[in-house]
Design a protein around this ligand. Sequence first.
Ligand code: HEC
Length: 184
Amino acid sequence: MILTVLHSATKKPVLWIFAFLGFFIFSMIAEVWAGSPMGHGRRHNSRAFQGHHGQGFLGEGICPQIRKTVQAPDNILTQSNPLEKNRENIYAGESLFQIEVQPTACKICHGVTGNGLGIMAQGLNPPPRNFTCRSTMESISDGQLFWVIRNGSPGTGMPAFKSLKDREIWKIVHYIRKLSTKKR
Ligand code: HEC
């Protein structure tokens, strides 16, 4: 049957249009039945999937955040980011944050969107910093961010990342800063 259709389709181009329409309608029915495909910014197509595959939770997170993190030594606290804030550096920071950093990518705790609601955030007290919260982030200097990434925050879930190179940390700092430019 399909072969006959295909056979005559080569002769009658109009049949291709019907075949295409058929597939189009089928895909619409499939989408209604199975849910829409996940595209950019739509990592969860239903609330039941929140927390699936280490993506963490969506939402805005806690803002402003109570912050008791130890302060970096003065000379580091006042240091500004030596790297240019260009696309390459921000993108490199993003890759490190989301995927590359060992042993645990930052997103696992800080969330894919930086909202502090990563898959491992549950049960952490104090909770991971919400990088999308502008009012809290404005009170933290670049040097402070650098220092905590390198040394961790003792007594909290924030580990030290000793194996990261200085340049890698500064790239991450550029990326983290970008997360609070859009929202609150
Ligand atoms: C295992 C969970 C976990 C991972 C992985 C993690 N963090 Fe954190 N992070 C935390 C927690 C918890 C805090 C809150 C610490 C505090 O309140 O002192 C925090 C706080 C921070 C802060 C705030 C510092 C400040 O002075 O307020 C920065 C910056 C930070 N993390 C960056 C990173 C980066 C970059 C990575 C990846 C390289 C990362 N974190 C990976 C849990 C994590």
